[in-house]
Each structure stands twice: as C-alpha cells, then as structure tokens.
Design a protein around this ligand. Sequence first.
Ligand code: NDP
Length: 283
Amino acid sequence: KVLCATGVVAGIITFFWKDDFNPESLSGARVLVTGASAGIGEQIAYHYARFGAEMVLTARREAVLQKVMEKCLTLGAKKVFYIPADMSSPSEPEKVVQFAVQKLGGLDYLVLNHIGTNRFQEWTGDVEYTRWLMQVNFLSYVALATAALPTLEKNRGALVVVSSLTGRMPTPFTTSYSATKFALDGFFSSLRHELIMQKRDVSVTLCILGLIDTDSALEYTRGKVHISASPAPEAALAIVRGGAARAHEIFYPRWLQQLCRLWALFPSSGNHVLRTFYNYSSP
Ligand code: NDP
C-alpha cells in the first residue's frame, strides 16, 4: 500500500512538475552539438535553431552536416558552422572544441550526444570492439568536456551528456554500450560534485533516455525487444530544456525515473520482468 501511494504521489508530482526553462535564454546562446548529422542530435540542433542559438555541429559525414546546417538556418539559427570529425581518433575532440570557440567566440553549451555503431547483440568476446566503443562513446566525451571547461566556466555554461536507461540499469544485448554509458554517469556525476565544491558555475545535465525512434535504434532493435519507441523530436526537446534549466538529470520518457527507483528497491524481480521484454532464442 505504501509503495502504491508513493508511486501515485510521484506520478502527480511528475505530472505537475515544471522545470526552470526560459526559451529566451537560448537566443544567441553558443552551442556545440556532437552527433548532429542524424537521429536525436539532428533534432537537438533543430530545437536550438528555433530558439535562435548560434551553433557548431559535428559528426563524420560532411554532406549530411551541410544539409542539417541549411535547415537550421531556415529554422532561425543566428549562425551555424560544421566540422566533420571522427571521435574514434583521440586528437579530434580538442580540434573540434577549438574550432567552435574560434567560430563562436566561446561556448555556453556543450551537448555530447554522438555514439559509435551499437551492435545490440549477445556478447561475442570482441574486446577490440569494446575498446573502440569506449573511445567513441566515453573517452571522447571526457576529452571534449575537458577542452571546453575553461570557456564554459567563463560563460556560466552547461555540459549536457546524453546517456541511456542502460547506463543506469543493465539490459540484455548491450554489454559494451551499457559499459560506456555507466562510465559516463560515473565520470560526469563525480565531475559535477567537484565543480560544485570548487564553486565553478558549470552545470552538468545527464540525460537518461529510453528507446527512441531514430533510424539506427529501430534498425538494431528490430525483432529483439517488445518495447515501443518514443519520438526523437520530443526526446531532443527534453534534453535542450534540461540543459537550459541546469537540471542535474532528466529522464525521457519521464516515467523512467520511477522505473529506476522501483528497480533499485526490487532488483531481482525487476530484472526478471525486464528479461521478458527481450527475444532470446537459445542456439
Ligand atoms: P544515431 O545513430 O541516430 O546518431 C549517431 C550520431 O553520431 C550521428 O550523427 C553519427 O553521424 C554520429 N557518429 C557516429 N559515429 C561517430 C564517430 N565515430 N565520430 C563522430 N560522430 C559519430 O544515434 P541516436 O540519435 O539514436 O542516439 C543519440 C544519443 O542518444 C546517443 O548518445 C545514444 O546513446 C542516446 N540514446 C539513444 C537511444 C535510442 O533509442 N535512439 C536510447 C537511449 C539513449 P555520422 O555517421 O555522420 O558520424
């Protein structure tokens, strides 16, 4: 009964909860978005554009970045530049931040969103793939944030880190991916403590997302999960709002927050139920 009542109260608070989002604060804001050529990152770029931000977009594919840049300009972005970069190369993060600072004269937001190809399959023992994914999904985030911290600190800026439910609650078929997302939580939540203790005014927003209907996610989960995907534009807006409100964490869809709390209370039965959402046929 107590649990049920807690759930109802939490649901009501969530329903009526308003964040401190002020859309005008994003007009003229200087933003660097990674993984901006497709999926959620592309939608993040369009939201910032509608709010009148100045942006640098990055990903690997130049032709696609060019198209996203053109659309951002039609949507209302004040300035847009792009820089193609492969985040599996350790020298790229610093180059990208330098480019953004030079083009925009500083940064107010760094949105870390890109990921390397996710296999969504059982563990096959490919240690090299895990090493590569750690570089793309985790170490490049650390390097980008480190290079951007001085300019973010000067501008009372914000670090926005896109993570996943599987970075809070391990799920099947995501061994390496889940490891990179847990690493992000550990690093950036620890960094947040230090920034607060040092009174350095840079916020850190960790974004915990459920399944989102991007082409890549629908492709790699097809036939493997019984979970419906939420819309990428809404996920992107939740991320942009959370960063602007300087929230420590955002969950999208919002009910994921209650799910994580329930799972922490009842991990064993939670894991049992979780496995029923995944298709597994033994060899
Ligand atoms: P997509 O696969 O749709 O997009 C990935 C982006 O990263 C693309 O812009 C891609 O562009 C870029 N990218 C890929 N490899 C590299 C690389 N080596 N170097 C630099 N950029 C690269 O991903 P989603 O939009 O689905 O996911 C975005 C974020 O949301 C990720 O952090 C993901 O973990 C998180 N998330 C997504 C969920 C989902 O269901 N979609 C669920 C939970 C979290 P290009 O190919 O041009 O390099």
